[in-house]
Structures are given as C-alpha cells and as structure tokens.
Design a binder for this molecule. Sequence first.
Ligand code: ADP
Length: 188
Amino acid sequence: MLNIVLFGPPGAGKGTQSERLIEKFGLVHLSTGDMFRMHINENTELGQKVKQIIADGILVDDSITIAMLEFEIDKHPDSKGFIFDGFPRTVAQAEALDKFLNEKNLNISKVLQLDVDENVIKERIALRQKVSGRADDGADKLLKRIDEYFNKTVHVLPYYIAQGKLTTISGVGEIDAISQKLFSAIEN
Ligand code: ADP
C-alpha cells in the first residue's frame, strides 16, 4: 500500500496536487479540512462542535480530529493507499496515525512537503478568497491559519525527518512540473 502524507501551508497547492496523485496512483484522498467542512454543511453533531473553531482558523482538538480520520480510513479497507491532506498537523496526530496504521500492519510510505514562502502564500490566498466562499478565507482568519501552520504544524516535520521519510519539493512553479517532481519522489 502506498500511504502518502502531503504537507504544506494553506495555499501551497495541496488540493490541486492531491488530485494529480490520486489519479496517477489510485489513492483515496483523506482531507481533514474537507471532512470538517462536510460535517459543518450537513450540520452533524461534530460539525456543530467544530464550526466556530474552524471559522476562527485554529486547530481542532487532536482527539476529535484523530477519531474522525480513523473512522474515514476504516471505510476503505480495500484501497491501494491513502493520501493524507491536512493531517497530521501535530506530533500527537502523527503518532496516533502511525499507531493506528501499525496495528493494521500498514505504515506511511512517504511525506511530501510542498514548500512555499509565506509571502507567496498570502498572495495566492488573497486570490482564492475571491472565489472560494470559505468562511475561514477572510484576511484575519487566513493569517491565523498561516500562523497555526508556522507555529504548530511545522513541528511535525522533525518527526518524519527522524524516520527518514520526508522529501521537500518547491511548491512554486508550473503545476505540472511540481506534479512530476512529486511523482518521482514517490517512485524513487
Ligand atoms: P488549509 O487550507 O488552511 O490548509 P484545511 O482545509 O486543511 O485548511 O483545514 C481547514 C481547517 O480545519 C483548519 O484551519 C483547522 O481549523 C481544521 N483542521 C483541518 N485539519 C486539521 C487537523 N489535522 N487538526 C486540527 N484541525 C484541523
């Protein structure tokens, strides 16, 4: 099984590149951001619980996030592999994911980091804001999300460096060229 973590700040292109990777390798896409938005749209109990947190651009509790992700993994017992997008965002989440996969004799194959400078991200999201309609894409909330990434989420990287699993790829340039670099990182 090919299990990939796609890592990078908001606006790094994780969504776009995930689509390419899914198509190329036949993976199931698990985006915790998409899962939370689905719960909010459907007004589930979980959605009600996290709605304000997400609108504020801060991270949802590990316990809630981990349980939701594990539930989604278990829906796809026959998958060729997963692409984890937006998860893990904390070391506790990374550890929980390893433990959960190990219990099934699975593991993370590779972690691909899309590296994009903070200023470039801010420009990109300013454009996306106009079309996304996302409640958390407003300017101050966006800064909060970028902050959460650089203050909390980046601490996950050393965890995967220690396992020898991290490959960093620049997320700046032609979309196709970036996809090719991701493909070869996976295939080598
Ligand atoms: P972005 O485009 O900022 O990377 P996502 O769509 O991945 O955002 O996630 C949107 C929001 O959902 C986050 O700002 C956070 O509130 C919540 N969220 C998503 N994934 C996680 C996670 N793994 N842990 C905690 N909160 C999360």
